[in-house]
Design a protein around this ligand. Structure first.
Ligand code: FBP
Length: 556
């Protein structure tokens, strides 16, 4: 079912927004020259990846300039599009970019939107995107034009079912809009089609609010900008409330399944008192107690100044980066899978906790017993389809505040200095994933979709749409294509070494992390908060077109 035709005032006004394109595409998608550059190599494990991707490993980088496209007059194209994984603001504009570019290439080109994610491609569930349907979704948030899903396309049986669907419709290409896993699968699919001698192009588009799909050619994934600005607005509002009421410490967990990019950026945008970064905690092999100390120290320092309030930012994946808890979770995952019938037969949560504690190895049992009962039971909740604990269901923000409270309760010096501790808890994730795209994401996404159209027009497969130079404004953006295999390395997945896109975690020598380190002592004790306010679409460019601090610092 499509969105209501009754529009909010903002939706109506945003309809009139024309996303800006990189100069290479300014004369239209059929007036772009695609040039091959240097051959590429995967980030690591060249031999293994070459063996797995004989047709697509090493393909050259592609650059785009305005000019007459090669290959004579273009034929009408039939293109399928899939939205994969978690929502990210701007997805509808990627689809609009593909739609407009393939119709500029040939007026009779048709875009097929597969419903509900990759599963829609496998099952042949699709809808033709008409001009009216497309217009209703331009510059809007969400993925609801066709819906998204998390089905993984990875087996040859699944690929063969996709081929049947693709052949039946007569598609020339499929665009997969997704994160690292979905783009890994896009590369596998492209290789499979080439191995079968099929001329069906597969093109990827880098999506994820988590910001962990990036490298030199992909400066950021789309959606990160809008999502983190939305969270930063809320965090700024909370900091103002905290300063006004002067009685709560706010523990705010922020999405990002493993990487802490969102938390880091939100910390820089709001100057929260404490910004925990999972990657640092892992690198320093910190214990849970040491992590808690990172929060207790500023609480005490601020109490001594009469400031019994503050803001703590907690990355969603934190627990999996604390080595002792990571080891515990790994053993719990294993035990729950191995002893499923026995465990499933236990009736009460208390029985389950006691039985599990008895099965665990001594060091993991000790970690388990040190956790509050509420967290122990969250570790027993249903696993995801891969048998892993769903970290977003673990209330890390409550775990930390409970332990902090217990420590402060017995601290007589803190109490004598007037220290009082009361906590509020928040989890921001879904609030930002489907927000109306910022100008940056609206432009970037429309550009990425248009680049995908150009790649298809030029018969390129196994490529990801890329736009670089993002900190310099759309007039200086550089469009191109990068072989997806260039992002690959070999990693253990379900006990086997597999070629996958390397996740880009927060690097401790990155400019954004260094900026946090440079300032965090001051931000811990002072009220240095910044209040970013809501995303603005109309007004001064320095407000409406601002990029993230991460991008600004990384790109200079
Ligand atoms: P993607 O990696 O698919 O972009 O999803 C990101 C994310 O929003 C994570 O931040 C979060 O952990 C996860 O999705 C939540 O998944 P779900 O939507 O299934 O609850």
């Amino acid at each position: 079912m499509h969105a209501s035709t009754v529009l909010s005032a903002l939706d109506r006004a945003r309809k009139a927004y024309s996303p800006k394109l990189p100069p290479a595409l300014a004369q239209g998608a059929d007036h772009v020259v695609v040039t091959s550059g240097a051959a590429t190599a995967p980030v690591k494990d060249l031999d293994a990846i070459k063996a797995a991707f004989p047709h697509t490993c090493g393909m050259p980088l592609l650059s785009m300039q305005p000019g007459q496209a090669s290959g004579g007059d273009a034929k009408a194209l039939k293109v399928g599009v899939v939205l994969s994984g978690g929502q990210a603001p701007g997805g509808h504009n990627v689809i609009a970019g593909i739609f407009d570019s393939i119709r500029a290439i040939h007026k009779d080109s048709v875009l097929y939107g597969f419903s509900g994610g990759p599963g829609g491609l496998e099952k042949g569930k699709y809808e033709i995107i008409t001009p009216e349907l497309m217009d209703a979704y331009r510059n809007t948030g969400g993925f609801d034009i066709i819906g998204s899903g998390r089905t993984k396309l990875e087996t040859t049986e699944q690929f063969d079912r996709c081929i049947e669907v693709i052949k039946k419709i007569g598609l020339d290409a499929v665009v997969i809009i997704g994160g690292d896993d979905s783009n890994t699968n896009a590369a596998v699919l492209a290789e499979y089609f080439l191995a079968k001698g099929l001329s069906i192009a597969v093109v990827g588009v880098p999506k994820t609010i988590d910001g962990d799909l990036k490298n030199e050619q992909i400066p950021t994934s789309f959606g990160f900008d809008t999502a983190v600005k939305t969270y930063s607005e809320l965090i700024g509002n909370i900091a103002r409330d905290a300063r006004s009421a002067c009685k709560y410490w706010h523990f705010i967990k922020l999405m990002g399944r493993s990487a802490s990019h969102i938390t880091l950026e939100a910390g820089l945008q709001t100057r929260a008192n404490v910004t925990l970064i999972s990657e640092e905690i892992e690198a320093k092999a910190m214990t849970l107690d040491q992590v808690v100390e990172l929060i207790v120290r500023p609480i005490k320092a601020r109490a001594a100044l009469g400031l019994n309030y503050g803001v703590v930012l907690v990355p969603e994946g934190l627990v999996e980066f604390i080595p002792a808890i990571k080891a515990l979770i790994a053993e719990v995952n294993h035990l729950l899978a191995e002893k499923e019938p026995e465990f499933g037969a236990l009736e009460t949560v208390n029985e389950k906790i006691a039985t599990l504690a008895g099965w665990l190895r001594a060091e993991n049992a000790a970690t388990f017993e040190s956790l509050p009962a509420s967290i122990q039971s969250q570790l027993l909740l249903d696993r995801d389809p891969h048998g892993n604990v769903q970290v977003s269901l673990i209330e890390t923000e409550k775990l930390l505040s409970e332990i902090v409270a217990a420590k402060l309760k017995n601290d007589l010096v803190y109490k004598a200095e007037g220290g009082k501790f009361a906590a509020q808890h928040h989890f921001f994730g879904y609030e930002g994933r489907a927000a109306a795209p910022s100008n940056f994401d609206a432009d970037y996404c429309y550009g990425l979709g248009s680049v995908a159209g150009v790649l298809i027009r030029n018969g390129k497969t196994g490529y990801m749409a890329s736009i670089r130079n993002l900190s310099k404004g759309p007039a200086n953006w550089i469009a191109g294509g990068i072989p997806i295999t260039m992002l690959f390395n070999m990693e253990q997945r379900h006990g086997k070494l597999k070629p996958v896109i390397q996740k880009a975690l927060v690097e401790l020598d990155s400019p954004a992390f260094k900026e946090l380190v440079k300032n965090r002592d001051a931000w811990e004790t002072e009220d240095a908060y910044l209040f970013p306010g809501p995303i603005q679409y109309f007004g001064p460019a320095e407000v409406c077109d601002a990029i993230t601090k991460t991008l600004e610092l990384e790109q200079g």
